[in-house]
Design a protein around this ligand. Sequence first.
Ligand code: PEP
Ligand code: MN
Length: 368
Amino acid sequence: MFVVMRSGATEAEINGVKGLILAEGLTPFENAGTSRTVIAVVGELGKRREQLKQRLEATAGVAQVTPISKPYKLESREFHPEDTVIRIMDTAIGDGSLTVMAGPCSVESRDQLMDTVDFVAAHGATIIRGGAFKPRSSPYSFQGLGIEGLRYLAEARERSGMPVITEVMDPSQVDIVAEYSDILQVGTRNMQNFSLLLACGRASRPVMLKRGFGATIEEWLMAAEYIASAGNPNIIMCERGIRTFETFARNTLDLTAVPVLHHLTHLPVVVDPSHATGKRWLVKPLAIGGVAVGADGIMVEVHPDPDSALSDAEQQLDFGAFASLMRDLLPVHEHVRHLHDEFEAGEAHAPGTGAAASGGNGDGLSRH
Ligand code: PEP
Ligand code: MN
C-alpha cells in the first residue's frame, strides 16, 4: 500500500510513518514528490493489511492510505508520478533530450573502439556502448575481451567525456564492471536472473534493463522492481525486440511497449533497433519509429568495418550509416519534443487539469 502524506508534512511525521512500517518488519520507500511525499510499504502484508492501514491512517501527517493496484510498486506512476531523470557526467536520460548510446557490439581492440568513439562523439552520440563480457548463443563464438575491454572503455570515456554502458552477465562481475563503466547493462538473456538483478540493485551505478525476448511488459517491470527494491532507483528500460512467429527480422520490435511503459512507469525508455532487427538496413527506420513514439533514446551498434565484426556483423552500422541516421533522427526528435511541450502547455491551461493530471487526452502525447 501507499501512504500519501499531507502536503507540508514534517520530517518528524514522515519518520514516524517510516518507523511504524519498519517496526512491522516491512520496508518503507519514500518518494518526496513535488507536491507531496508518498511512502510505499513493501513486503508481505498478509492478514495485517486492514489493521495496518487503519493504524497508518491514524498517524500524524498522513492524508490517506491507498492500496497499490499494480504488482510493481516502486516503478509505478502511482508511487512516483514524475518522470525519473538519470544524470551521469554531462548527460541526462529521461529529461526530454535525446539519448544516443552508440558503439560496437563487442570491444574488439583498442583501435576499433577509439575510432568508433571518435566518430560517434562527433556525430551526436551521448553515451558509449560496447560489450566486454558477451552473452553469445554459442560457447565457441567470441566471448569478449573481458577486463581488457573494460580498460579500453574507461579510456574511451576519458577521451570523449561521455559515459560508458557495458553489459554485466554475472553477480560476480558487478563490482569490476561498475568500477570501469557508468551504466550497468543487463541483457535480454538475463532479464530474470534474479541474483544478478539484486546485485545490480546494490550497486551505485544506474542500470539499463533490456527486455527479455520472451517477457511480457509486466514481467519486465517486475524485473526492474527487483533492482529498485534492492536500493537502486536509477533504471532505464530498453526495448530490444521480442520473439514472435515472424522470422524475417531477428526479433519483432514492440514499439507499443514505449508509450505503454511511459503510461505505467516513471522510468526512461530506450529502443535498440540493432538487436531488434538484426539487419543494418532496418536500423534507421526503426530508430526513427522508436523516437517518434516517444522513446527517450536509442541504442545502436556502430563498427568501423561491420563486415569484419567479431559479433553481430549484419546489424552494425558503418560510420556513414550512423551519420545518416543521426541526420534524419534529430529533426524527428525535435518535432516530437515540440508536440509534447505543446501538449503539456495545453494541459496546464485547461481548467480542472494540470500537467501532472492523469489520464491524458488520449492523443498519445501525454506520458500519464
Ligand atoms: C548487447 O546489447 O550487446 C546485447 C547482447 O543485447 P541483447 O541483450 O538485447 O541481445
Ligand atoms: Mn550485439
